[in-house]
Design a protein around this ligand. Structure first.
Ligand code: GRG
Length: 294
């Protein structure tokens, strides 16, 4: 099975589980549940939940044991996209090939839908207590909260927002990428491994993998915003330049940016050397991320 087939299989498991975990769209107050579902079910590659599952499998776990947390990571990711698209932030009209949440539901409901996705995510991780040790679940709640909060994803978004129209150096750019993009990948991979009781050595290797995968992903994302095709990506290209965002291609040039992505990818692959065939999905994920066109 090639990577896209493997990813599709995991995405299907995750999407089936959403039905189990999400409030029904007719549940009162229906409008918020419709707005939450609109963005969550709009598609997307489902990379973060697939990586939760992939990391669990890497250390001998089964997808169903980590499914609530896998879904939670996609909920957090989707909330961040919904809020990022708001007029006060990037003011984007299209996401995942569809009009953005605020275009359909209005700004107030879109903010609330993001908030509701984020809070539901933590409810789901706590529910993972049914299939994972309490200590591991507590650690995952703490780590995911930190990596999503002001010292993680939100922190990255804050520095990114403050840097618009500014000339920033490589260190600040790295901070932004490491937090805005890297933090959730790290949360996903460490959660899958922790819930499956990975050893310290395994967790350490997966952390190095996650950090370098996050960096490679973001550099490629920046490159796609310059070189990609809007139809494949599902949103307009050139938005970084339009919003005067600092990016790897803007700071280092396209060729150097590509080189840095490849170096991060090499480090990520090397970190997986301690795993055998059970690391196959994570290896393939990295190759996909480096070579993707959407
Ligand atoms: C609002 C707290 C807050 C954070 C926003 C999501 C985000 C942070 C910014 C969006 C812009 C951006 C470049 C984010 C980096 C993460 C990223 C590339 C998200 C897109 O991830 P994909 O490609 O999207 O996995 P799909 O739709 O496939 O899930």
């Amino acid at each position: 099975m090639d990577f896209l087939q493997q990813l599709k299989k995991k995405a299907l498991l995750v999407e089936t589980s959403f039905e189990q975990f999400l409030p029904d769209e007719s549940a009162y107050p229906a409008i918020i549940h419709q707005a939450m579902r609109y963005s969550l079910l709009a598609g997307g590659k489902r990379l973060r939940p697939a990586l939760v599952i992939g990391a669990a499998e890497c250390v001998g776990g089964k997808p169903e044991k980590v499914m609530p947390t896998a879904c939670a990571l996609e909920l957090i990711h989707t909330y961040s996209l919904v809020h990022d698209d708001l007029p006060a932030m990037d003011n984007d009209d299209m996401r995942r090939g569809k009009p953005t949440n605020h275009i359909i539901y209005g700004e107030a409901m879109s903010i609330l839908a993001g908030d509701a996705l984020l809070t539901l995510a933590f409810q789901l991780i706590a529910e993972n207590i049914k299939t994972a040790p309490a200590e591991a679940v507590t650690r995952v709640i703490q780590e995911v909260a930190k990596l999503s909060g002001s010292q993680g994803l939100i922190g990255g978004q804050v520095v990114d927002t403050m840097s618009a129209d500014e000339t920033i150096n490589a260190e600040t750019l790295e901070y932004i990428h490491h937090h805005k993009t890297g933090a959730l990948f790290k949360a996903a991979i460490r959660s899958g491994a922790s819930l499956t009781e990975a050893s310290d050595k395994q967790l350490q290797a997966l952390t190095v993998y996650a950090e370098n995968l996050g960096l490679a992903f973001q550099i490629v994302d920046d490159i796609l915003d310059v070189e990609g095709e809007a139809v494949k990506i599902g949103k307009p290209v050139g938005s970084d330049e339009k919003n005067k965002k600092a990016t790897y291609p803007a700071l280092f040039g396209l060729e150097n940016a590509r080189h840095k992505a490849n170096m991060a990818a090499d480090k990520a692959i090397t970190a997986l050397d301690i795993f055998g065939s059970e690391g196959e999905f994570l290896r393939n994920a990295l190759h996909f991320i480096i070579n993707r066109d959407h």
